[in-house]
Design a protein around this ligand. Sequence first.
Ligand code: HEC
Length: 282
Amino acid sequence: MYKAMRTLINAATVSALITAAIVSSAFAQSSLSNQGGDQAIKEIERYRQALGDGNPAELWEARGEDIWKQKRGPNMVSLEKCDLGLGAGVVKGAYTVLPKFFSDSDKVEDLESRLVTCMVMLQGFTYDQAKKNPFGGPDNKSDMEALVAYISGSSRGMKMNVTGNHPDEKKYYALGRKIFFHRGGPHDFSCASCHGADGQRIRLQALPNLLKQETARSAYTTWPAYRVSQGETRSFQWRLFDCFRQQRFPELEFTSDASIALTMFLAKNANGGVMNTPAIKR
Ligand code: HEC
């Protein structure tokens, strides 16, 4: 724990530098380019490896495990009876089978929406209460981000294995694919504009080709992740939320059908990839 704390402090300092170097200029020009920045990317990679020994996300994982086991809500029960896809209370491996159709809610759910369902059905929260504060900041840590860090971390080393055979799962996959290629907004971007070809970059940021198996796997299996530039552990819902922003689309609603459909498309395409979360990202 102490080690993680120390890393957190280092991370905060370095994050300021990295943020200054990269984030500020990320969208200063919206053209995509292939050139420059190799040295900086190597430096970031080296920094990431140095941090890899003590990922600050450990703090989120520990807090998430605690929240999972706490008796909470009007019903004063823990989430330990929540079925995340492999049976009531099974956490290990659950992330690898999500999103998935659940008959109790009659819905296809990713991890975050499933947690919302369990908070409502088991603990007695309202949907609004369960969905508030999905993404944390310095003064309001998010319970949701802690829970996803703990639960996804419990699948570390296991292979993605989304079946997607249920008719509704097929529907969500098809919808996710459609959204991925849908162009719009002021730049006429789709997800595929940034993530549909090899070797693209916005300035220094490499844009993974999510249509190629190898990169689709490595992208999906490294979220949730500790985001150095933000000092927060972020969920996959946050990743999508932020890319809607990159795309200059209207704000993506937390646990909306669109977000679950995109997750279904990307998770299933990552099948066979080995989970390595929470990871560390710049
Ligand atoms: C304008 C360009 C742009 C668009 C459009 C865009 N993204 Fe992104 N995406 C990025 C950037 C920049 C990153 C972060 C890369 C980094 O930090 O290394 C990213 C990262 C990601 C990642 C994580 C990859 C990894 O390896 O960590 C996923 C998954 C992703 N985007 C999905 C999407 C989806 C789905 C859409 C469509 C809703 C989308 N993106 C639209 C620019 C874009």
